[in-house]
Design a binder for this molecule. Structure first.
Ligand SMILES: [Zn+2]
Ligand SMILES: [Zn+2]
Length: 142
């Protein structure tokens, strides 16, 4: 439903009354306009009392506080030179004896570049493998 009544429109609920803003109570616009009481008024039917609540704007990254933005959305990105870049990578060391890296890379990146950057583990490594712009590399550390 995309219908959004405006002031003076027929009430979509009872189709008898008209939508209007109720009188503002406790208006403090003389201190800081527009005040909370004025901006929070809902279009209300003068007959059945139906209130129209405007849909909440969708949250976007623009509205996220900078601190939250940094900790939740920021992903690593490493320039390996010559236009080669790996990004969005992370590692999983939950097994205790391996460190498993996964991430994305530009098409120029070769498995050797991945190996050069992350380096082999104490007990070797598996991979790296690259497919469809994603790489996977496992260091064996124990
Ligand atoms: Zn006011
Ligand atoms: Zn109504």
């Amino acid at each position: 439903m995309s219908f959004e009544p405006e002031e003076g429109d027929q009430c979509p609920e009872c189709r008898a009354g008209n939508m209007s803003f109720p009188p503002v109570e406790n208006c403090s616009c003389h201190i800081a306009p527009p005040c909370h009481a004025c901006t929070n008024r809902l279009l209300t039917c003068n007959t059945c009392g139906w209130e129209f609540e405007p849909p909440k704007p969708k949250a976007s990254w623009r509205s996220v506080a900078p601190g939250i933005f940094a900790s939740h959305i920021h992903r690593p990105s490493k320039d390996l030179g010559n236009g080669k870049r790996i990004f969005d990578y992370s590692y999983d060391s939950s097994s205790g004896s391996t460190m498993h890296y996964t991430g994305r890379c530009t098409p120029e990146v070769t498995p050797q570049d991945i190996l050069d950057y992350f380096e082999s583990g104490t007990f070797g490594h598996r991979g790296p493998t690259i497919s469809n712009g994603r790489f996977s590399f496992t260091k064996i550390t124990d």
